[in-house]
Design a protein around this ligand. Structure first.
Ligand code: HEM
Length: 484
């Protein structure tokens, strides 16, 4: 029977639209919405992909019908071989996901994340000290910083000193592997599922992924075992790992499942946070007026005698607005993390087959001029302030004021900790210094994104950090001692 699929490019018979499906920029472009509307459907070897171009439809499907839109696509190499389905972010909508989701939500709830303030405060100061007085390619610094925070939160590890630290290298490798495996066409087995029955001795890719699964499991388990050893010795500092171990009966996770869950909260939280920081610094270089306004707020509220703390944040609305604006302006995953549907569905007369991959077009939704105004393309934290200078959400029914944390039952469980990191970083860095382009840099700043594995990075750039007053560095060092 004729089924009325949502509109979209036709592609080739059988093969479909492989070329476009692999091109994030093409899929996410506003031109596609103009051509096809709020829903665009394309097909690759029979796999349906639906790009959702409006908040209205994203909420209707991913939230109001979340009972059938909370699955993930099945990536055979990632799910079945590389991680044996133990990756929380990519695991299907079922029992294991539920057992992962509850401790993740509870372990990073609005009230539990207060336990992590000392870690975030210490790391914000470390980042400020690392950048100060120098001209740097900032990418390495924000990466070390983000990984160090989440490693401390998850395992109570001491701060990581350099981005060559073996723990970080191991994790970055793991994340890159998974990211690479997720690239469309990375593995033929995704297109021809019968290939997974080929014995490993004939299939190199299979040996590869199984080898990595064992290496990764061992590494994750080693890290968590250290937390267990500490607990056994009576050292009980708050960490996500400790929460899992102490609540083993409540959460019903095996040791291996626990180890993978903690490690996954790590993989999911590192690069997303560091990329947002990286974009934020680029935005500051392009918008000196934003820095001027933040400096004025910090001068008035905090003064010059000590760096800001979490306790100042309620009195720093412009800084908090900047957190929303940074997340809105540069969503780490411009096409979201793919959802998949687990039943046939009809929407406004259109048929959406079971198993369709659903991509919310976050970049487009976050820049809707009817919500964010005609300057939605530029970085302007003040859009989130009302007439009284207080923070407002702007988007109806969305406290965050943007959609960069995703949708429905799969919404990012790490969002409160991520917001805390960004807020204390913005306050601390801007309190201490001003960011400028390095001497001799001229012309337009490059604002292009590249998204090798779905996470959108800026093109690496240099920036110069100039202290705002003579004692800033000494005061930061003194404050650091408080957190050690
Ligand atoms: C700026 C920082 C971050 C951004 C922009 C971000 C964004 C996202 C997005 C878009 C999703 C997918 C939601 C969906 O499927 O609709 C997600 C899921 C997830 N995030 Fe985050 N995230 C950030 C930080 C973190 C942190 C710090 C953690 C861990 C502490 C974390 C853990 C996770 C996990 C585990 C999932 C998968 C949840 C599931 O599939 O049920 N994220 N995040």
């Amino acid at each position: 029977a004729f089924r009325n699929l949502p509109p979209g490019p036709k592609g080739l018979p059988f093969i479909g639209d492989v070329q476009h499906a692999a091109d994030h920029g093409w899929l996410a472009s506003p031109q596609r919405r103009d051509d096809y509307g709020e829903l665009m459907y394309l097909s690759v070897f029979g796999q349906g992909i639906l790009v959702v171009n409006s908040q209205r439809v994203a909420v209707d499907l991913l939230e109001k019908r979340s009972n059938i839109y909370s699955d993930r696509p099945r990536f055979i190499s990632v799910n079945e071989f590389l991680t044996e389905n133990l990756t929380f972010v990519f695991t299907g909508y079922g029992d294991l996901w539920r057992r992962f989701r509850r401790p993740a939500v509870e372990g990073f709830s609005k009230s539990v994340v207060l336990d992590f303030y000392p870690i975030q405060s210490r790391e914000a100061i470390m980042l400020a000290l690392a950048l100060m007085n120098n001209t740097y390619s900032v990418k390495k610094h924000v990466q070390r910083h983000a990984w160090s925070i989440i490693l401390s939160i998850n395992y109570r590890l001491p701060p990581v000193e350099s981005d060559d630290d073996p723990v970080i290298v191991g994790i970055v490798d793991h994340v890159q592997w998974v990211g690479h495996e997720l690239e469309p066409g990375a593995r033929l087995v995704e297109l021809f599922p019968w290939m997974r029955y080929i014995p490993s001795r004939f299939a190199k890719w299979k040996r590869y992924t199984q080898y990595w699964f064992i290496q990764d499991s061992l590494r994750h388990e080693r890290l968590l075992n250290k937390v267990a050893d500490d607990l056994a010795k009576g050292i009980d500092q708050p960490s996500f790992g400790a929460t899992l171990i102490k609540n083993q009966e409540k959460y019903r996770l095996s040791e291996r499942e626990q180890a993978w869950l903690v490690s996954d909260m790590l993989s999911a939280g590192g690069e997303t946070t560091s990329t947002t920081l990286h974009w934020w610094l680029l935005a500051l270089l392009a918008h000196q007026e934003v820095q001027v306004r933040a400096h004025a707020e910090l001068d008035e509220v905090v003064g010059y005698a000590r760096p800001p703390t979490f306790a100042d944040l309620p009195s720093l609305p412009y800084i908090r607005a900047m957190v929303k604006e940074a997340l809105r302006w540069s969503p780490a995953t411009p096409l979201g993390v793919p959802h998949a549907s687990s039943a046939d569905d009809w929407y406004e007369g259109m048929f959406i087959p079971k198993g369709t991959i659903v991509l919310p077009n976050m970049g487009l939704i976050n820049s809707d001029p009817t919500v964010f105004g005609s300057d939605s393309a530029s970085f302007n934290p003040a859009r989130y302030l009302d007439e009284k200078g207080q923070v407002k959400a702007l988007m109806e029914g969305r406290e965050e004021g943007h959609v960069s944390f995703g949708y429905g039952r799969r919404v990012c469980p790490g969002r409160f900790v991520a917001e805390g990191t960004l807020a204390i970083d913005f306050a601390t860095l801007l309190w201490a210094m001003r960011f400028e382009r390095p001497e001799g840099a001229e012309g337009e700043l490059d604002m292009h994104a590249f998204a090798p594995s779905g996470i959108a990075h800026p093109v690496p750039f240099e920036c110069k950090a100039v202290p705002r007053f003579a004692e800033a560095e000494t005061l930061l060092k003194a404050a650091l001692d408080l957190y050690e």
